[in-house]
Design a protein. Structure first.
Length: 501
């Protein structure tokens, strides 16, 4: 008999599974796909086409790596790389968090004043990220009824915030609701510098650099990357999932792939197991879902088993996928410089790209992030809205691929002639293949009214649901999105409190 069933084998699920197995629970993880890792999988799309399918880089929180002793299970090394903004006139802007000479010289070519301000900006961003990190590791209470035990971690978070000093605390809080433009205008005069930072703010979010709240997404992405550029994992991001799976098995846990869950089974308003699409039923006194909250609650549990207001709140979670991915298999002569490359020449260009998403159109002049892995060049494309107006993704795929290749080739002249094959993933593919409702990679937008104690919805940020012993652990709950593992760890700790009783 299993003590806990976990739905999905994304990184958050695997982190939760490991914490529970480490605490002596018999854990079974059920994944619908044939491989583990969720959005952080490294996979093949045909001969020579092995690549990090979606997410270009990142790292689990170091305390999670240590807690779970992942180094012993093949946890991969990683290194942060610069963000390089490629401009139409051939110039490049290089940004790193360590403010090395190359970075300062590069910024100085656009503005001497901005170059001087860069180290202070990095210090501010690191401080903001550390506050967010502390918030993400603090379980949020179910407002408005905060119990003493839930209030204590919150009090500690408040102390941490105070520890920043009154002036810095004020600056971080003030920056959260700002737009990326407003925030960067306070620091920099060069539009090229502002745009490069603005691209980090909108990465993965359906927001423009002029949208309120992009200050928050900038801090979130800075935290998850450890700076402006990605942390690239040696041998591919999938090695993180491999290490988590190895650690889970060593702790006696089990993973079953190609095992899609169709329903959460209930017994008198309490989760009692799951039914797979195959019809097989598996019992467990505790079920945790790492799938997104909408899919979990509306598809796997079902509205009839939930209170009407809760159903309404779940339906209202804003899922607004507008990211597509275009992978190019090249002959190797693409001549890409090393780094996280972005096509985001001006704040106005990114904002216009976002405007298209508002009107259900694929951006004609998109914001791109381009990364290379050997012969494979991967293009992260924004904005490609899930819900197109007057078009279908079956026809729009060709349009997406053409725009992506042309836009990338406009700053990388040798790219086009090196392309041998193209594989693209539209927002519909993100939903169909990766199980992301409306193609939303964060399992719910990272916006101010869906953060902290409002994630996934107000009053339900403590990983619990109205169904007893059904918990949520994926990127859609407090601590997510991103691949830090914070949501998975927080969920496991919440489950252990219940399971110990
Ligand atoms: C293009 C792209 C770029 C990104 N870039 C960044 C970035 O720069 N920075 C960042 O922080 N984050 C980024 N992300 C987001 C990040 O990858 C995710 O937040 C993170 O991987 C989520 O992990 P998770 O475990 O919460 O969920 P997921 O990885 O989504 O895992 C959920 C798992 O549940 C499975 N599942 C769903 N339904 C069922 C079911 N019924 N039965 C069984 N299994 C089921 C799914 O198949 C999946 O494996 C990006 C994502 C994408 C798509």
């Amino acid at each position: 008999m299993n003590d806990v069933i976990i739905i999905g084998a994304g990184l958050n699920s695997l982190v939760a599974a490991n914490y529970l197995a480490k605490a002596g629970k018999r854990v079974l993880v059920l994944e619908r796909r044939a491989l583990a890792g969720g959005q952080a999988a490294t996979e093949s799309f045909g001969d020579g086409f092995r690549v990090d399918a979606l997410h270009a880089g990142g790292q689990l929180r170091s305390d999670i790596v240590a807690d779970l002793d992942l180094e012993r299970h093949g946890f991969p090394a990683s290194a942060s790389e610069p963000l390089i903004s490629l401009l139409p006139d051939g110039r490049q802007l290089r940004l790193t968090a360590d403010s090395d000479n190359d970075t300062l010289t590069s910024i100085g070519a656009f503005s001497k004043r901005d170059s001087e301000r860069w180290p202070d900006f990095v210090a501010f961003m690191n401080q903001a990220a550390s506050f967010l990190d502390a918030a993400y590791r603090t379980p949020m209470p179910r407002l408005p009824n905060v119990s003493l035990s839930e209030g204590l971690p919150l009090a500690r978070l408040a102390m941490k915030l105070r520890g920043l000093g009154a002036r810095d605390m004020f600056r971080v809080i003030r920056a959260l609701p700002m737009s990326a433009l407003e925030l960067t205008e306070e620091w920099f005069e060069s539009d090229v510098v502002r745009a490069a930072i603005g691209s980090v703010a909108v990465h993965g979010a359906t927001l423009g650099p002029m949208s309120a709240g992009a200050g928050y997404t900038l801090m979130h992405n800075w935290l998850n990357r450890g700076g402006p550029g990605h942390t690239r994992v040696e041998g591919g991001l999938g090695r993180i999932a491999d290490a988590l799976v190895a650690a889970l098995k060593a702790r006696g846990g089990q993973l079953r792939t190609s095992a899609p869950v169709q329903a959460v089974l209930t017994d008198d308003q309490r989760a009692s197991g799951v039914r797979l699409v195959s019809g097989e039923e598996i019992a467990a006194p505790i079920v945790i879902s790492g799938a997104d909250p909408r899919h979990t609650l509306l598809d796997l549990v079902g509205a009839p088993y939930l209170p009407p207001e809760f159903v309404w709140a779940t339906q209202s979670i804003k899922m607004r996928g507008s990211v597509a991915k275009v992978h190019l298999l090249t002959d190797g002569a693409h001549a890409l410089p090393d780094g996280t490359l972005v096509v985001a020449p001006s704040v106005r260009t990114i904002e216009r790209a976002y405007d298209s998403a508002k009107y259900g159109q694929t951006s004609l002049e998109p914001y791109l992030e381009i990364t290379a892995n050997g012969k494979v060049v991967s293009i992260h494309f924004q904005f490609a809205p899930y819900a197109l107006r007057g078009a279908e993704w079956s026809q729009e795929r060709a349009v997406l691929e053409r725009i992506a290749v042309d836009a990338a080739a406009s700053v990388l002249p040798q790219l086009k002639s090196s392309i041998r094959e193209i594989r693209s993933l539209t927002p519909l593919d993100l939903e169909a293949t990766y199980g992301l409702t409306e193609g939303d990679l964060n399992h719910g937008q990272l916006i101010l009214d869906q953060m902290l104690f409002m994630r996934p919805m107000p009053g339900w940020s403590n990983h619990k649901t109205p169904m007893d012993h059904l918990f949520l652990c994926g990127g859609g709950v407090h601590g997510g999105g991103g691949i830090s593992g914070a949501a998975g760890r927080n969920a496991a700790l919440a489950v252990l409190k219940v399971a110990r009783r």
